[in-house]
Design a protein. Structure first.
Length: 373
């Protein structure tokens, strides 16, 4: 493991098995083992002056649960690291056993685990892994949640129901999380359920790059419900497209009804954007209504495509030409549906580097003087 830093002075402690290799007066490569580096870096100020800033860097270990090991391997590959060694297995009675196979004392540990189905199993596995590294004296533990389960249960919409998204937040902190790294939360206010720092990433930059390469003409971005209007507006700004919204009514947990379209979509290509789909009811019903209103080609863009059997069957019969999604959840190949899966591993890897170095995450999502949201 190595770091390239612009530095003026470097002090390592404790001096246990490290190599210091200078390349120039302003650039060093550090290759220490299990040590903390204090870096005095040269910072240029906006008014033309300069200052020195002392930064303490902990060395990183990244571990993965069993929910999405492929994504975790891609994350580590994107930043030139190897995945940490750990054993995750089950006893005959179904209990989870975890053993961290390498030293994490005093290190900055990131645990990658999407809490997708089986949600309860993956959550419990994450809690046990965090407890294991906490008891092994890790300096900081960051739970990397590409998909945050229970996010839709974020308020009391009926009498005598729980706010499970808040309960999960409490359990993550109790298990030992020092920080949360999440992507495209169903509701951004979930960040307020935590009393620890939360870094909220967006898959949008990855989507933008792919969509711009397609060069879609006469494009209008459509939100399939009122809750996704802010996301749809951000897409329309970047893609320089129109904006529309579908008004819907939810009949049950698996069924919705698209009622009306607000905006002009006749004779235009449509991009449906949403953060999450499982049964695909919202997307499919919106696509039916949009076709009736004269839409040409319909593309759906969804950050987290969980897709149970009902969702797959609906998509096969739908008017959606292509579903664009990410690899935040592990999903088998699906026949009969055109699904394009884009990787968010480089984005998560860059965020991990910036968290470790105490650098800005916000700058990853700035565009045209604005910001992805």
């Amino acid at each position: 493991m190595s770091f390239s830093l612009s530095v003026m002075h470097v002090k390592l402690f404790p001096a246990v098995g490290f190599v210091l290799m200078p390349r120039s007066l302003s650039r060093l490569v550090l290759a220490p083992r299990r040590s903390i580096v204090t870096v005095l870096s040269h910072v240029e100020l906006p008014d033309g002056g300069f200052a020195f800033q002392e930064i303490e860097i902990l060395f990183v270990k990244i571990f993965s649960g069993t929910s999405n090991p492929l994504l975790a391997r891609n994350i580590t590959a994107s930043i030139g690291m190897e995945l940490g060694k750990c054993t995750v297995s089950s006893f005959p009675d179904g209990e989870t056993f975890v053993k961290i196979e390498e030293n994490v004392r005093g290190e900055d540990v990131f645990i990658v685990q999407s809490t997708c189905p089986p949600t309860n199993h993956n959550l419990m596995e994450l809690f046990i892994m965090m407890d294991a590294v906490r008891r092994a004296s890790a300096s900081r533990i960051t739970a990397v949640l590409p998909f945050y389960g229970y996010a839709r249960q974020d308020r009391k919409d009926q009498p005598r129901v729980p706010i499970t998204a808040k309960l999960v937040a409490n359990l993550l902190v109790a298990a030992g999380a020092s920080r949360i790294l999440a992507m495209d939360l169903h509701a951004q206010q979930i960040q307020g359920f935590f009393d620890i720092p939360v870094d909220h990433l967006y898959a949008a930059p990855v989507m933008y790059e792919y969509l711009k390469a397609k060069k879609l003409a006469d494009l209008v971005v459509v939100s399939p419900d009122v809750g996704g209007l802010k996301m749809a507006h951000a897409y329309s700004q970047v893609l320089e497209a129109g904006l529309a919204i579908v008004a819907k009514r939810r009949k049950s947990a698996t069924d919705t009804e698209a009622m009306a379209v607000i905006g002009e979509i006749r004779g235009r290509n449509v991009l449906l954007v949403d953060d999450l789909t499982e049964t695909a009811g919202t997307l499919v019903n919106a696509a039916v209504l949009l076709k009736k209103k004269g839409a040409k080609r319909i593309i759906a863009c969804v950050s987290h495509a969980l897709l149970n059997d009902l969702g797959v069957e609906r998509l096969r019969k739908s008017r959606i030409d292509e579903l664009i999604t990410t690899d935040t959840v592990l999903r088998p190949d699906i026949d009969g549906v055109k699904i394009t899966t884009l990787s968010v591993a480089p984005l998560l890897g860059e965020a991990i580097k910036r968290i470790n170095c105490n650098s800005s995450i916000t700058s990853l999502f700035e565009f045209k003087g604005g910001r992805t949201s």
